[in-house]
Design a protein around this ligand. Structure first.
Ligand code: TRH
Length: 406
């Protein structure tokens, strides 16, 4: 089922507040959401963002100099505290508070005075855990005297907030994957030849990870395949330097303005050729995920994009105190591998565990995973098709807001 525009919200105003706590996921998610609400539901969206430098890395048309700019139909505002009433003139009818970051005090006070009160959505992090279905869409006790704030939990079930998926995404991916000439041109645009026979391409986006060096060593020693590994710049800096001394430094020097999408430096060690790539714009990063044979992803947004790619992927979840994140990892694995042949699901579990904890020999579980490829290929390809039968996150948020406005 496609998201479909509700139309009910046309030209209603929406403010999204995004604070970049760490990394790229906060703005990566909020930018996609802003696009979905503006382009597919016709809302007038303002995106308030406190870190334009991080934003510009995933969306190069963003200027880091401007306090206010229009980007792809979205009114992008620099969020600098204290935010004065003059800077926002009026509160929006729908206010999305990204990932628990407190709203600016002046804005919150204006919300409290506004009549009618705005719809206030408290956007939470994605989880596959069952309990989120119960809390999704519920009023939060933390609102205020005149305001009600509602929880919004992205998730994998129809009862949750769903997943971001732009209209036509899967169709675009299928068209790309079916067109070898398009893929060849895309690889050439990023500075690489098309893959050769017997070569496997792997994108490696992760946090610092003690399993990374053993994984790279095992790829270098693989007698059965040649591996091309594409590492976004800034990923695994110290480990890469240890594995391939000087590679990261060379990547830094070669990169220059105009080289936006080009690979920056490479090194071949045994069966492995490593490339350091600059950060790609979000749409190009999607194409990288579609074009590779396997993807390592992390956090939240790249994790979801890897699912839409319909390729095998290995997720490094954002680590949390007390190992809580491992419960979330297991909750997702249980959903993802439901109905898989046991031998395939056991091997994927072992691989993801070895990538996310100090347990296990990553080289051994990696080889075991690939040996089971005939068992997991079909379910991996079917997963995005099944998920896409649900409505997308922007549509669900638009529906919730629309119900609350009426
Ligand atoms: O950058 P992240 O680690 O962000 C994380 C998560 O959001 C996590 O949940 C949060 O708690 C933490 O930050 C603070 O990983 P994530 O979520 O995958 O976001 C990366 C974004 O960067 C995503 O939108 C894809 C985008 N990207 C590009 O646009 N180009 C690239 O070349 C790459 C590698 C990523």
């Amino acid at each position: 089922m496609s998201g479909g525009g509700t139309g009910r919200l046309a030209r209603r105003s929406c403010d999204i507040f995004c604070r970049v706590v760490d990394n790229f996921g906060d703005i990566g998610f909020c930018w996609r959401l802003a696009g979905g609400l503006a382009h597919e539901h016709a809302l007038a969206v303002r995106l308030w963002i406190d870190d334009l430098t991080t934003f510009a890395r995933i969306e190069p048309s963003v200027s880091t100099e401007l306090d206010q700019q229009g980007v792809a139909g979205i009114d992008v505002r620099r969020w600098r505290e204290p935010l004065a009433a003059l800077q926002f003139d009026a509160v929006a009818e729908i206010v999305v508070q990204g990932f628990g970051s407190p709203l600016p005090q002046a804005y919150l006070e204006a919300m409290q005075r506004a009549t009618p009160a705005p719809v206030w959505i408290d956007l939470e992090y994605l989880s596959a855990e069952k309990w989120i279905d119960e809390f999704h869409g519920r009023p939060s006790p933390l609102g205020g005297r005149h305001l009600v704030k509602h929880f919004f939990f992205p998730g994998f079930t129809p009862a949750s907030g769903g997943l971001l998926r732009e209209r036509g995404l899967l169709e675009r991916r299928r068209a790309f994957c079916a067109d070898t000439e398009l893929q060849r041109r895309w690889w050439s645009d990023v500075g690489l030849p098309a893959p050769s026979v017997g070569e496997r391409r792997l994108s490696l986006f992760c946090y610092p990870n003690p399993a990374a060096l053993p994984l790279l060593s095992s790829l270098a020693e693989d007698a059965g395949a040649r591996w091309t590994v594409l590492v976004p710049e800034g990923t695994l800096g110290g480990d890469l330097d240890q594995f391939a001394p000087g590679l990261v430094g060379r990547a830094g020097k070669v990169g220059k303005v105009g080289d936006v999408g080009k690979v920056r430096a490479s090194r071949t060690i045994g069966s492995l050729t490593l490339y350091v790539m600059p950060f790609l714009p979000q749409d190009e990063y999607d194409r990288l995920l579609w074009a590779c044979d396997v993807n390592f992803v992390r956090g939240e947004d790249s994790f979801v994009r890897a699912q839409w790619a319909g390729r095998p992927f290995i997720w490094q979840i954002y680590p949390q105190e007390g190992g809580v994140h491992l419960e979330k990892l297991d909750a997702f694995l249980a959903r993802y591998t439901d109905g898989w042949p046991v031998a395939a699901s056991t091997r994927l579990h072992a691989l993801w565990r070895a990538w996310n904890t100090p347990e296990g020999d990553i080289g051994a579980v990696w080889r075991a995973f690939w040996a089971a490829a005939p068992l997991w290929q079909d379910p991996v390809a079917r997963w995005p098709e099944a998920l896409s039968r649900q409505s997308d996150l922007a549509s669900r948020l638009a529906h919730l807001a629309s119900d609350l406005l009426n």
